[in-house]
Design a protein around this ligand. Structure first.
Ligand code: ADP
Ligand code: MG
Length: 361
């Protein structure tokens, strides 16, 4: 069991920092956000549209468009294992997770910077070749250009930092904070696949062979690939942003329960979603049936599906396309008032939906 799996079983665990205070990842980010905004008062913040606290930062460019920047860190043994993720797929994933953050802002990704920290034996191996093969293949799919990065040595573990820069119309970025009571909640694609894939990997499953295309008809490989090779919803992000169809958006990296809570707290709103509407991956239902796992728990708290969760004003719902790049969307609920909390209905019962996804600390 790795850290992530251990934490997925219970509510978020907090750790003691060296100062003796108990801080989880989100509290840490909240404090840093406050400090950065205080410090910024002595500089010129006019060009900063959105700083810490969303999927990406937004900066006003001189040409009147907005620049959107996101960064993601992947650390060996915490975010992935060398023995279960082929370097080719690690290259794909490093870029995919940042593309997903840019998509979550309703922006178009344009440029990538990748920094690598590698142990000597990895540097001497085929790792970098394969890593960049995977990265460049995904970059080409979305017309994203690699423009920089940094390289250093680490004593033991592989560390990858991925930055993606994108752009959108001035004031066109879709923030987490724009949801209003009455807005309808939608999600792209299906949920739970990545969490199921991670569980299979932790139990020793491997991709059938290195030919990643040929075996995808098999349920097992499909689930493993949902975890190992996430597909960022770049097309949906661009459409929702350009046509101004969504009021708020986030990508599902932490898990539906956590990420819906992020939208609600940033928007000062509540939400009610319907468990029977949640689009659970078919393969997850099949797998869970055989292994006495609860597919709804994986879909709600699993994380790393990298689908988009967004809210739409009721008047705009009819304008939503049915599919973009072959990926559909599903209506899962409605935004309500803050005092009503974030809730889920199961038949006639209604529960509070507490954030239960992955946290590093
Ligand atoms: P995501 O899962 O969408 O990548 P995160 O939870 O990693 O989002 O980050 C949420 C927000 O906190 C982002 O605005 C991010 O830039 C910011 N953030 C996270 N860690 C740090 C850090 N060490 N320093 C500054 N900002 C941070
Ligand atoms: Mg995100």
């Amino acid at each position: 069991m790795n850290d992530r799996e251990e934490q997925e079983r219970g509510p978020s665990s907090a750790v003691s920092t060296s100062s003796g205070t108990s801080l989880n990842e989100f509290d840490f980010i909240r404090r840093l956000r406050q400090r950065a905004s205080v410090e910024a008062q002595s500089t010129q913040p006019q060009s900063l549209i959105l700083g810490i606290g969303d999927d990406a930062a937004v900066i006003r460019s001189a040409n009147g468009r907005d620049t959107v920047v996101a960064t993601d860190l992947l650390v060996e043994e915490i975010d992935f294992r060398r023995t279960t993720v082929p370097p080719y797929l690690l290259g794909h994933k490093a870029l995919a997770v940042s593309l997903s953050d840019i998509a979550a802002m309703g922006a178009r990704p344009r440029w990538s910077l990748i920094s690598l920290g590698l142990p000597e034996e990895i540097w001497q191996s085929e790792f970098t070749n394969n890593f960049y093969n995977g990265l460049f293949q995904l970059a080409a799919q979305y017309d994203v250009q690699l423009i920089g990065g940094d390289t250093s040595r680490t004593p033991k573990q592989i560390v990858v930092d991925s930055i993606v820069i994108g752009e959108c119309a001035a004031d066109g970025a879709l923030k987490r904070s724009g949801a209003r009571p009455g807005d309808q909640i939608f999600v792209t694609g299906t949920l739970g696949g990545a969490a199921a894939g991670l569980r299979l990997i932790e139990r020793g499953a491997h991709l059938a062979d290195q030919n990643f295309g040929a075996n995808e008809t098999q349920v097992l490989d499909q689930l493993l690939l949902r975890h190992l090779r996430p597909e960022p919803r770049v097309g949906w992000g661009i459409v929702l942003g350009q046509e101004n169809l969504a009021t708020a958006m986030i990508d599902l990296s932490d898990g539906l329960s956590s990420d819906l809570n992020h939208i609600c707290s940033e928007s000062n709103a509540g939400a009610l979603i319907n468990s029977s509407e949640i689009p659970i991956d078919n393969q997850v239902i099949e797998l869970c049936g055989r292994r006495a796992l609860d597919p709804l728990q994986l879909a709600l708290h699993g994380g790393e599906d990298f689908e988009l969760l967004f809210t739409v004003h009721p008047d705009r719902v009819a304008k939503l396309p049915r599919k973009v790049d072959g990926v559909g969307i599903t209506h899962i609920g409605e935004i309500s008032y803050a005092g009503e909390g974030v809730r889920i209905s199961e038949g006639s019962r209604i529960w509070e939906l507490a954030p239960g996804g992955w946290k590093h600390f």
